[in-house]
Design a binder for this molecule. Sequence first.
Ligand SMILES: [Zn+2]
Length: 79
Amino acid sequence: MMIAACAVLLILAALIVGQARILARCRFWCKSCGALFSLPWTKLLFRQHVNEEWRLTCPHCGSKGWCPARRPRKGEDVR
Ligand SMILES: [Zn+2]
């Protein structure tokens, strides 16, 4: 039983980290200052989100708010 519980926890952790890493390739749009920014995946763990909007702190103006995510298109450079 313990081994099964550990395996489930490991899979969950891998899913959470995997999602955050995919998200780190997206860019977020700040509604306050209009900046597009990306964040390292470590800062995207355990963030609240509703659909494609994420509750983040903008690194440009420092305001906290809901930022729509823009997924990178194929062939587009991700900085
Ligand atoms: Zn901003």
